[in-house]
Design a protein around this ligand. Structure first.
Ligand code: MIG
Length: 715
């Protein structure tokens, strides 16, 4: 059940809530879960304080840093380009003011979504006085309390309220290589060729800001990318997709078409009615008002030209909005530094403090939207609306699934695209942190997420890169990315031995594609995340406390390695499980397992079946003629797994244009039932390798076609 409570007089539509599936109610109805003990209006701020009755756990808030359990901490929601994710860095790029409470005994569970897109602070019992408080700057806010019997039900309802995830194309699950920046078309092609020559699978290559002329959005740098269409065509022939970065700031420059188009019509205003300007990569820029539909249409029309050139998707960066320097800062800096050029955002920022810090709180108050709404009331939705612009065009005009990831986001972003966690570091500590962040993003309803594998800032080393990559295999988005000026971290950068290890690591990801895609797509349909914390599936007290293990789909438990020189680690297993790599079988409970450098512990749980395939150099299901199933069974009859397939790129899945098969064990047979056959799949050989708890194995195989039911005796 979803209940809505209104505090004060909300005067802003956050756009997070898409469906009226709630009941209006009052806080008294929840006295069993919590009591309102204070409601205070203090100038521009409203504070609500609640007594919490139970001792329990608070999970959520998306990719905020800190432990998985958010208790004991205060978080601010005010989207900010905060590029050093140290343990107390806050606020960050995104705002997902949604958490789930779970009592120690799992008896009480509820979700709490505080829908307000301006400045907000949520304090989860930081004083240890059994209170939570919510503070906003504004006239009022809506809160949705979601009840249900477990986290699974609560998340499903949250997604009914804020919208289902849009599916990503299947190639989004291949390996992705990025760098700030591959500077020229030759460099891009060299990188691509190297992957093919080295027999290292890769699906996606990224173009960072240097593909543009002077960082001007919707242009190409014609010196460094003179034949960009040809480049893109060659890449496509080799099976690559190409993602280019989009930054919202439009350079102020006469005769620059995008600027001239938008000037006076599409850009945010300042409080005096003039144009709001800041300095970012291109120098002086103005910012499109993506809240306005005509602006979104204009932006999307331009983005479409990139798609026509051959670009396959976008990553939306700097959309917090990140501003190196505001107008006032620029004036100040010019006074201080006589020679500072207005155009040089970086240098200016350097003189003013650190990049991104600038305008931290400030620029919310300086900006007004085209409809008169002050920016500080809706700041946290800027990135969401930027992503909405291109997403709607790709879905509606092209009938395709968008590949869009955004750095800034607000609740509801999952309807338009996914996210990455921004500028992490090549630090061991960030392996643990990123596990927590992608799991918490799942709890915020964002099912396609990722982090810069290898770390963005700082220099990676061989062992750290290997461990990062091994975690990346089990992340929805598996993208290696790093910052300008840092050690390069493509898989071949650390010599033969490391290259060979990483090739196998990436190939393992490709083996799992049928499993990953099935789990992901069924998750999209049923509002179940691909990556999730243990307590999502297991109501055991250990599951509430473990943040360095997680589930990747419903069959695989992952236990990464997050320190150097580790040879063994402790793993808690909720069920009997088999190690995916060495085949060792473990009973449930606490176990010590080996962590050789070649792999991290990952386990298949009992009574599941995992479909795999031979690794390809890029994902192409049409070329797959054999599916190999790893079955781990206690011998009893039950449903083991599913196999899902569709065209991988269109929106046909929404109209049930897919092929779905269910895999069961019944007595001494494997049964395959076709549940849906509105997408024609080719005939394939399905090989089953069945392992029983005692370690004994059986192998059977069968030809499987588009339709029908199959019974295979296990002999
Ligand atoms: O000010 O485009 O998070 O992924 O490589 C830095 C350059 C701007 C920040 C993004 C990062 C990207 C970088 N960008």
């Amino acid at each position: 059940m979803i209940y809505k409570i209104t505090y004060g007089e909300p005067d802003i539509n956050s756009e997070a809530v898409v469906r009226y599936v709630f009941q209006e109610t009052s806080p008294n109805d929840f006295s069993e879960l919590f009591k309102d003990i204070e409601y205070k209006v203090d100038g521009e701020y409203i504070t609500l304080k609640r007594r919490i009755e139970n001792e329990g756990y608070f999970f959520g808030f998306g990719d905020k840093v800190g432990p998985l359990d958010r208790k004991g901490r205060r978080y601010v929601f005010w989207n900010t380009d905060n590029f050093t994710h140290h343990p107390s860095a806050d606020p960050l790029y995104k705002s997902f003011p949604f958490f789930v409470y779970i009592s120690k005994d799992f008896n009480k569970v509820y979700g709490c979504f505080t829908d307000y897109p301006g400045w907000m602070e949520i304090d989860i019992d930081s004083k240890n006085d059994k209170t939570i408080s919510f503070k906003i700057r504004g006239k009022g806010f809506n809160q949705y309390i979601i009840t249900g019997k477990n986290v699974r039900e609560i998340l499903k309802q949250y997604l009914r309220l804020t919208g289902q995830n849009i599916a990503f194309p299947i190639w989004a699950f291949g390996y992705q290589q990025s760098r700030w920046s591959y500077m020229t078309q030759d460099e891009v092609l060299d990188i691509a060729n190297k992957f093919r020559k080295e027999d290292i699978p890769c699906d996606v290559i990224y173009l960072d800001i240097d593909y543009m002329q002077d960082y001007k959005v919707f242009t190409w740098n014609k010196n460094n990318f003179p034949n960009y269409r040809e480049m893109l065509e060659k890449l496509h022939q080799e099976g690559f997709k190409v993602i280019s970065i989009l930054d919202p700031g439009v350079k102020v420059e006469r005769f620059y078409k995008i600027f001239e188009n938008g000037n006076g019509r599409y850009f945010l205003k300042d409080i005096y009615g003039g144009d709001f300007e800041g300095a970012v990569w291109p120098g002086r820029v103005r910012f499109p008002d993506f809240r306005d539909k005509k602006v979104r249409i204009w932006w999307a029309r331009n983005a479409k030209k990139y798609l026509e050139d051959g670009i396959d998707g976008f990553w939306n960066d700097m959309n917090e909005i990140a501003i190196f320097a505001t107008e006032d800062d620029i004036k100040e800096a010019r006074k201080k530094l006589k020679n500072a050029k207005l155009e040089d955002g970086i240098k200016l920022a350097g003189t003013l403090g650190s990049i991104g810090e600038i305008g931290r709180q400030g620029h919310g108050d300086d900006i007004v939207h085209l409809d008169g709404t002050p920016h500080w009331k809706v700041k946290n939705t800027y990135g969401l609306n930027m992503t909405k612009a291109t997403s709607e065009m790709i879905q509606k005009d092209l009938n395709k699934r968008p590949f869009l990831i955004s750095r800034s986001a607000y609740s509801g972003i999952q309807r338009y695209g996914g996210v990455w966690t921004g500028d992490n570091h090549s630090w061991w500590e960030h392996i643990r942190q990123e596990i927590i962040r992608i799991n918490s993003l799942s709890l915020a309803g964002v099912f396609y997420s990722g982090f810069d594998v290898g770390g963005f800032g700082g220099d990676v080393n061989a062992e750290l890169l290997i461990r990062f990559m091994q975690l990346g295999v089990f992340s929805p988005m598996f993208r290696n990315h790093s910052a300008i000026g840092t050690k390069r971290q493509e898989p071949w950068q650390f010599g033969e031995e490391v290259k060979n290890i990483l090739r196998d690591v990436i190939k393992f990801r490709y083996r799992l594609i049928p499993y990953i895609y099935t789990q992901y797509m069924l998750g999209i349909k049923k509002n179940i995340p691909l990556v999730r914390p243990l307590f999502y599936d297991f109501s055991k007290k250990e599951a509430l406390k473990i943040e360095d293990e997680f589930m990747f789909g419903d069959s695989i438990l992952v236990a990464p390695v997050d320190r150097p020189n580790i040879e063994k680690r402790l793993v808690w297993l909720p069920k009997t499980a088999i190690n995916l790599f060495d085949g060792n079988i473990y009973k449930n409970g606490w176990r010590i397992v080996n962590t050789p450098i070649e792999y991290i512990p990952a386990f298949q749980l009992i009574n599941t079946a995992i479909p795999t395939m031979e690794p390809q150099s890029y994902v192409d299901m049409l070329k797959v003629d054999t599916i190999s199933w790893n079955v781990f069974s206690d011998g009893k009859s039950r449903i083991m797994s599913y196999f899902y397939e569709d065209d991988g790129i269109s929106l046909g899945y929404k109209k049930r244009e897919y092929n779905l098969k269910q895999i069961l064990i019944k007595e001494n047979n494997i049964i395959i039932k076709t549940k849906q056959a509105d997408y024609n799949v080719r005939n394939r050989t399905w090989n089953f390798s069945i392992t029983y708890i005692d370690g004994s194995t059986k192998n059977v195989s069968i030809e499987v076609g588009n339709d029908g039911e199959y019974t295979i005796p296990i002999r």
